[in-house]
Ligand binder design. Sequence first.
Ligand code: ADP
Ligand code: MG
Length: 343
Amino acid sequence: MTQLRAHAPGRVNLIGDHTDYVGGLALPVAIDLGTTITGSASTGVIELQSEQLGSRMHLDVPVNQQIGTIEPSWSRYIAAVAREMDCREGFTGTISSTLPLGAGLSSSASLELATALALGFDGSTLELARLGQRCELAAVGVPCGLLDQLSSAFGREGHALLIDFATTSIEPIELPGDIEIVIIHSGVERTLAGSAYGERRTACERATALLGPLADCDPNALDRIEDPVIRRRARHVITECQRVRDAVAALRSNTIETFGRLMVESHASLRDDFEVSTPVVDALVEQLIAIDGVHGARVTGAGFGGCVVALTRPGAIHDPTSFTGRGWKVRASGPASVELITD
Ligand code: ADP
Ligand code: MG
């Protein structure tokens, strides 16, 4: 029997967080951890077993239920994709993932993209990413930017992706061969992420209304913002976009120590100005950057817990699980894709 295997990578953001929804810059990497959906087309129903969650979903297509009421709750992502694609065919199979779920490495975006490919998505790569973004909103009500979905859709082996969210342009930037990307789970489950995320977005919108697009804004203009909280949020975005530019320049000139310093500055900005870190995450970053051969480390993704990413000399961190029990060495990997398998 002919089967399909759709795979979509997760991502780790090296620098440039909370910049996507304000038209800023980011430098993520698609990673060799991801979501794989294996199965075959069926008629009128989608049936998928999640190996990670040990549960099964069943959904009649075309989808005419309210997405927010569908159980199990993880199947809302599947239902959102099926509805967006106006899927009528159906699919039966399994979902397996090498990503930690809910840790800030984009298991949700990778699930959305793998699902779309399994269900026969045949649009452009950019349309695939946009579809995933719409499904995130439909499934869980998160008005996310495009960072996660673009990273998964456009991943390139051995490269980070310089994304300009103002123009949705993506430029692969080659990574040096003599570095390792290490991800450590802080052990802190992300809490309050949804409501605080919305609050941060609103603050950035208010700052943009006062100053214009933050990505190109002169930091001196910050004095024009009276509200100290809005000013700090805007300062994070303005300085973070500049750090992304500087980080790309550092990669191009192979000054990896500079790249590491920028990561540490990014963490401080997310901690102090954007206030999306936690004391446990801060302590983990401190612990990592004190290790010989660690160029830099920072919280990655939306924050409020989740994972820390470190860039290191090869072998500087021998065992990524030795800190909290959960950690990974990852490689920059290729994009979401689908293949036919016959057995
Ligand atoms: P992140 O995207 O950072 O991992 P999210 O909270 O955005 O965190 O997404 C995690 C959610 O995505 C899970 O709670 C679950 O609903 C869904 N999900 C991701 N991967 C899987 C999977 N393999 N099986 C079932 N649900 C999954
Ligand atoms: Mg997610």
